[in-house]
Structures are given as structure tokens and as C-alpha cells.
Write a protein that binds this ligand. Structure first.
Ligand SMILES: NC(=O)c1ccc[n+]([C@@H]2O[C@H](COP(=O)([O-])OP(=O)(O)OC[C@H]3O[C@@H](n4cnc5c(N)ncnc54)[C@H](O)[C@@H]3O)[C@@H](O)[C@H]2O)c1
Ligand SMILES: [Zn+2]
Length: 694
């Protein structure tokens, strides 16, 4: 219950709500195709119940309240005893109140409680004759169920032959474990079927499906047992008189799977305080269970207590479901990102429309590997079922396929490593960059050598890969100590390209501090931030001497970013030391450290900042540059602006002072016009900067 319930205002809204709920429930029980997640359904039904409480004379006959399965299902095979639903509580207070009312009803304290997980599947009655499994029935409307005996043989945990030749009915829950669900999705995809939205839907659909070309395995958990008309008198008497916990032991001995075999076995408790302890334990284990639970069922354990309490038409009075928060929500898949891990594993990650689950906002979900996407037939724009419990990383269970509009788009798989651009090894389920652990090295060195950083010509990806593979570089600082012989020994490196490369590297030693900082790839800083840091401190020495407090004096660096940058620089110390030793320039031209009060934190003031022609102006550049500025990249333009004392920005806003609009300028030009911002051509701009332009 994370969102408050809606309030129904009038008859029409009430009738509408009833219609929606009945339709959803019908779809839910038939095969899991409900458009609502459970939380949404439950909120709707609570709103209906609230309205009905205020208008008891206008309750519609088809209302889902007070009925097993919301009145949405039927069956034609009568049950020997009704198969009921359970009443719900959502908190310790509600549970205590429920327990108190039960004890008032029976006129004595409940002798013992049984506490067990509420398995999130669907109810099934399994009839055994002389030890042989002969019939399977769904819950239906509670009084009669549907015969699903065709599923015999597909339910792990429900033996076709019991250990003893007894006649009785075992009741329990059918579900798919996480592993069974994955297999089901894969088989389903192979046969061209739509994916199931989640394990529960998969179980519901599978249990009722008769003529599938493939068989999907499910798991059965027994939670009850009762006599059939043909049961021997002895056994019938024994079953009727036994406590719930004894019945559970009995069916386990007969060979039926129960929660006794799991991390969350059924337990008994003497007091409601102990019950609460058990509930907490089960709830804490929820996230790591290989099957879904949506609550904890608490039952009066003794047959005598149960009998004294009796049952209503929808639920027994001697048992209650303590519901846990919904851990599944439907939201939209808006994208997939591909991230490269330390070992070169390329893992997809789902970007979601933010959704609140268990009190936290979920925006990303894990998709383990590309096969995970294929198996789920996921598409961008899909409505997806997202699962998050406890501390686990949220995951996408599957798309809610029947909500597709046709506008969904296939997910593009990368054909080159998104980090370093190398080939991808797709031979295993988990894709991997061919560079493996070197991927990060290749990516960071290529980045450092890039046009906007050190701008080392002739050092493309293939060369970097070659250098990394030969063990000649471990970071980009190693570039500056490469020898002619080392390079010549590489394949396809003749004397000319070797000398050219060495010259380009030598040249890179003269790059300004801002570009060296940028090449370091300090987390949280990009090109313009690197320039601001460089201009503020003027020398690498001053940058390194700055603590978090001093770092915050740089425009745009706040309390959060400052310590991260300082820590990163400490980590990068060995690389920086190597760069210094190799003679790489560590100063920012035009910036000089001042000896005034700021000197303590090593701050600098640049002449350009206070005197430049763009001093105090925020400048945006758009369109293609012409004239003297034609050859400059956008980054170089920004460098120029900042060098002239201005501030560069990539988007037009009220704070923009000047727009340099080149050929083909589009929306930024229009926006600047609207805002009445001064717009000039690249040529005019060049004139403005005449002194500084290269
Ligand atoms: N999404 C939708 O459109 C939609 C529609 C209808 C119902 N629902 C969901 O279904 C739930 C209501 O369903 P319900 O009435 O079938 O009942 P329920 O699931 O709330 O509780 C009763 C059921 O619990 C099960 N159960 C699990 N573990 C048990 C245990 N240890 N002992 C006894 N019983 C156990 C039994 O199958 C029993 O029938 C609601 O949570 C609702 O959100 C969703
Ligand atoms: Zn890579």
C-alpha cells in the first residue's frame, strides 16, 4: 500500500469501478492477463468496499466484494468443502485486532498459531484415490472448481503416487519458481508465444492451458488436507481432528512438497508476539526466496479452535493473510543502456519510467544479458512488470504483452563495445568486450588521446589496443615514455608512422592544464568543468593541494561534487606523477595563482577572466562556424569563449547573453530570438575576439 486509495464519488463511478474490477479479476484468474497490478486492483476493491459501506442499499450484485476470486471465476466440479479466500491485515495493529476478535468469538485464547508464507500462485485441490493422483481442481468460485487434471505430471512436488494408498484431498498452491519462469519464457519464445508478465500469470495461464505443444513445469506446495467421501473413517476422523501443523507433517510424510523444505518452513507460535517475530523473519527472507510470496498466513493451529471460529462465505475466520507490501509494479520501459563492467562484461540495464515500489523510486532494472531480453521479447515502450524486494536490485519480470499498442520498438543490441569500440565476444550468454579487463584501459587511453583532450594524432583505437595488448601502456601517462624501438617492434608500425606518432605525443606535452585534467577523466568533471578548475587553480600543484572546501570555490562545484573530485585526484596521483615526470605541461596559460587571501587554497585569478572581452557574458554557439573560426570544434569554441572571460553553455536560456549563430542554426536561434537575446554571426564574433583568435 504505497499509494492512497481513490475515493468513489457517485453511482456512475461506482458502477464503473465494479466493471473494471470484475474484468480485471476475470482476466487475472483466467490466465493472468489483467491490465492492473495487484496493488492497483486491491486499491480499486478497497475503494469499492468503502463506497458500499456508505451505500449498503445500492450495492451491485456483480460487485467483487465478499466473494471468492471477486466473483470472477466459475467451475463445474463441486468442492467437498469450500475453497475460500483469506481476509487481509496489513500491520501489527491490524493483526492484533484480528486475533483479539477471533479470541472473543471463540471465548478463549487461541491455543497455538501456525505461521507460514503466503505463496503467490493459485490454489489447487488434488484428489488422491488409494494413493493415486486422479483429479486436479482449481478454486473456481469457491464452491465448484474447474477440472485441470491435464496438468498431472507437470507439477513438481505433487507426486502421482503417495507413499501410502490413502484416499484424500491435498490442497495447496501452484506457482513457478524463478528458474521455472525463465525456462517457461524461453520455451514460450521458441514457440512464438507472447511472454508471460510474471511467474504468477505464467502459472495461472499454464495450469489452464490444455493443448500447448510444449510442457512447462510448475511447483506445488501443499498447505492443507481433508477427507473425501471415500476416505476411510479412521483417516477422516484423524484428518478432521488434527492440528494444522500435524496435517502438514502428515502430507510431507506422504510425499507432498511443503514449505518445510524451504528457508521459510511453517512454524507454530504460542503468542501473538511470537507470531509477529515469525512474520518478521519470513518477511526478511522474502527477497532471497526462489519463489514469490505476497504475505504470511496465520492460522489457529488446533482443529478445535478452527471449528469454534467457523468460516464466512468468502474466508475462514480462523486464518488471516498478513499482506506484505506489493513488490511488483507495472511501468514503462523507456530505454536500455549497455554498461561495461571491470572485467569487460557488457550488461544491459533497463531505464524505466520512475515507479514507486516498497517506498523507493525505481528508475533502473537489471537485465542480466542480451539473452534475457530475447527470452522476454522486450521492446522499448513496453509496459513491464518490475519486481523489487528488500535490498535486491530491481528486475524486469516480463512485458505485459497484451497491453502493447504496436508502437513498441525493438531493442538495439550494440555491435561494438560501448566503452572502447572493440568487437564483442558473443559466444556466451554474457557478452564481453574482446579486450576483457583491458577494455577500461583502452577506453580511457583512447579518450585521453582524443581530439578534445590531448589531441594526439595517429593514435586511433587500433593503435591503443595494440599498445595495451603488448603491455606497453597501463595508463595514458605511459604514452609519454614510449620509445622508438618499442613502437617499431609493433606490427604495421614503420619508421614513418612511428616518428609521426612520437612527434604527436611530444606535441601533446604542451597542451594546457585544462586538457590534461580532462584527459584524466576525473569522475564528475567534463571538458568545461576541467577548464574551470584549471583556470581557477592555474597549476596542477595548486589543484592537487586543494581540499574539498577549496574545490568548492570553483564555479559549478558544490558540496557533493567537491569531495568526489578531490578523492579522484588522490587516486590518480600515480598517473599525474608520471605525467609530471615525463615533462607534460601542468599549467593553464593565462591563469596565474594570486598571492592574496585566496592563496591558502591555492586559488588563481586569471587575467582573462577579469579583463577579457567576454567578461561576465554567457555565450552559446550553434550552427556551423565560418570565416576565421571555421576549423574550430565546438569544444575549441568553448575554450575560446572561456579564455576571453566568458562562460560557455550548450543551451539557450534567459541567462544567455549572446548567441553565436552559424549556418544552419535552428531551434536555438529561434529560442534566442524569442527571448530577445543578442545574436551575432561567427564573423562578428571573430571580430570581437580579434586579439585572442588563433
Ligand atoms: N491484478 C489483478 O487484476 C487482480 C485481480 C484479482 C485478484 N488479484 C489479486 O489476488 C489477490 C486476491 O486473491 P484471492 O482472493 O485469490 O486470495 P488471496 O491470494 O489474497 O488469499 C487466498 C489464497 O491464498 C493462497 N495461499 C497461499 N499460501 C497459503 C497458505 N500457506 N495457506 C493458505 N492459503 C494460502 C490460497 O491459494 C488461497 O486461496 C489479491 O492480492 C489481488 O491483488 C489481482
Ligand atoms: Zn571494450
Amino acid at each position: 500500500m504505497t499509494t492512497t486509495d481513490a475515493v468513489i464519488g457517485d453511482d456512475a463511478a461506482y458502477a464503473d469501478a465494479v466493471r473494471t474490477a470484475v474484468k480485471a479479476a476475470a482476466a487475472y484468474y483466467a490466465g493472468g492477463d489483467s491490465p492492473l497490478d495487484d496493488d492497483a486492483y486491491d486499491r480499486l476493491v478497497r475503494a469499492i468496499a468503502a463506497w458500499e459501506a456508505g451505500h449498503p442499499d445500492r450495492v451491485l450484485a456483480e460487485s467483487p466484494t465478499g466473494k471468492v476470486a471477486g466473483g470472477a471465476t466459475q467451475g463445474d466440479v463441486p468442492h467437498v468443502q469450500p475453497m475460500l479466500s483469506l481476509d487481509n491485515v496489513f500491520s501489527a495493529e491490524q493483526f492484533e485486532a484480528w486475533a483479539a476478535s477471533l479470541q472473543r468469538r471463540i471465548g478463549r485464547p487461541v491455543t497455538a498459531w501456525s505461521v507460514e508464507p503466503k505463496l503467490d500462485g493459485l490454489a489447487l485441490a488434488a484428489r488422491y484415490r488409494d494413493g493415486r493422483l486422479v483429479q486436479l481442481l482449481t478454486r473456481g468460485d469457491g464452491t465448484a472448481g474447474e477440472d485441470v487434471s491435464h496438468a498431472i505430471g507437470t507439477l513438481t512436488g505433487l507426486p502421482e503416487q503417495l507413499a501410502e494408498p490413502v484416499t484424500l484431498e491435498v490442497r495447496g498452491e501452484v506457482l513457478m519458481t524463478a528458474a521455472q519462469f525463465e525456462t517457461a519464457l524461453a520455451l514460450r519464445a521458441e514457440h512464438g508465444g507472447e511472454p508471460f508478465a510474471n511467474p504468477r500469470n505464467a502459472a495461472a495461464g499454464t495450469l489452464r492451458a490444455k493443448d500447448r505443444a510444449y510442457r512447462l513445469e510448475m511447483t506445488f506446495f501443499g498447505y492443507g488436507c481433508l477427507p473425501l467421501p471415500a476416505t476411510s473413517e479412521d483417516l477422516a476422523a484423524r484428518l478432521t481432528a488434527s492440528s494444522h501443523s500435524d496435517v502438514m507433517s502428515l502430507i510431507a510424510v506422504l510425499g507432498v512438497h511443503t514449505t518445510a523444505a524451504t528457508k521459510v518452513p511453517g512454524r507454530t507460535a504460542g503468542t501473538t508476539a511470537q507470531v509477529q517475530g515469525c512474520v518478521e523473519e519470513i518477511a526478511a527472507l522474502r527477497a532471497e526466496l526462489p519463489f514469490g510470496i505476497d504475505g504470511i498466513v496465520i492460522k489457529a493451529d488446533l482443529a478445535a479452535d478452527q471449528e469454534a471460529a467457523g468460516s464466512g462465505s468468502r474466508a475462514p475466520r480462523w486464518a488471516v493473510a498478513w499482506k506484505l507490501p506489493a513488490v511488483e509494479k507495472v511501468t514503462t520501459l523507456i530505454g536500455v543502456e549497455w554498461n561495461v563492467g571491470r572485467t569487460g562484461i557488457i550488461a544491459p540495464r533497463a531505464v524505466l519510467e520512475p515507479v514507486e515500489i516498497e517506498g523507493s523510486t525505481v528508475t533502473y532494472a537489471t537485465l542480466h544479458n542480451p539473452a534475457d531480453i530475447t527470452r522476454r521479447d522486450l521492446r522499448i515502450g513496453d509496459r513491464v512488470m518490475v519486481y523489487k524486494a528488500g535490498d535486491i536490485i530491481p528486475r524486469i519480470e516480463a512485458p505485459v504483452a497484451h497491453l502493447r499498442t504496436g508502437a513498441e520498438q525493438p531493442i538495439a543490441f550494440p555491435d561494438a563495445c560501448p566503452q572502447c569500440g572493440s568487437d564483442i565476444d558473443t559466444s556466451e550468454q554474457r557478452w564481453r568486450c574482446e579486450r576483457g579487463r583491458d577494455c577500461h584501459l583502452v577506453a580511457s587511453v583512447s579518450y585521453a588521446a582524443g581530439r578534445d583532450q590531448l589531441d594526439i594524432e595517429g593514435l586511433g583505437l587500433t593503435r591503443v589496443v595494440q599498445l595495451a595488448y603488448a603491455g606497453l601502456i597501463h595508463d595514458f601517462a605511459d604514452l609519454f615514455t614510449l620509445t622508438r624501438d618499442q613502437l617499431l617492434a609493433l606490427e604495421r608500425m614503420g619508421p614513418t608512422s612511428t616518428d609521426n606518432l612520437l612527434a604527436a605525443i611530444e606535441q601533446a606535452k604542451n597542451q594546457p592544464l585544462s586538457r590534461v585534467l580532462c584527459a584524466l577523466g576525473v569522475r564528475g568533471t567534463g571538458r568545461s568543468m576541467s577548464r574551470r578548475i584549471a583556470r581557477h587553480f592555474a597549476t596542477m600543484e595548486a589543484v592537487r593541494a586543494a581540499d574539498a572546501e577549496a574545490m568548492q570555490h570553483v564555479d559549478g562545484i558544490g558540496t557533493e561534487k567537491a569531495p568526489v573530485i578531490v578523492a579522484e585526484l588522490v587516486q590518480l596521483a600515480p598517473v599525474i606523477d608520471k605525467l609530471v615526470a615525463a615533462g607534460v605541461n601542468m599549467t593553464e596559460p593565462g591563469a596565474t595563482p594570486t598571492a592574496d587571501t585566496n592563496a591558502a587554497d591555492g586559488a588563481a585569478d586569471t587575467e582573462a577572466v577579469t579583463t577579457g572581452p567576454l567578461h561576465g557574458l554567457t555565450v552559446v554557439v550553434t550552427g556551423a562556424m565560418t570565416g576565421p573560426l571555421q576549423k574550430l570544434s565546438r569544444n575549441q569554441m568553448n575554450e575560446l569563449i572561456e579564455h576571453a572571460g566568458g562562460r560557455s553553455s550548450s543551451s539557450v536560456s534567459k541567462r544567455t547573453s549572446l548567441l553565436v549563430a552559424g549556418e544552419g542554426a535552428g531551434s536555438k536561434h529561434a529560442k534566442a530570438q524569442n527571448l530577445g537575446i543578442r545574436i551575432i554571426s561567427p564573423d562578428e564574433f571573430a571580430g570581437l575576439l580579434a586579439d585572442l583568435a588563433p
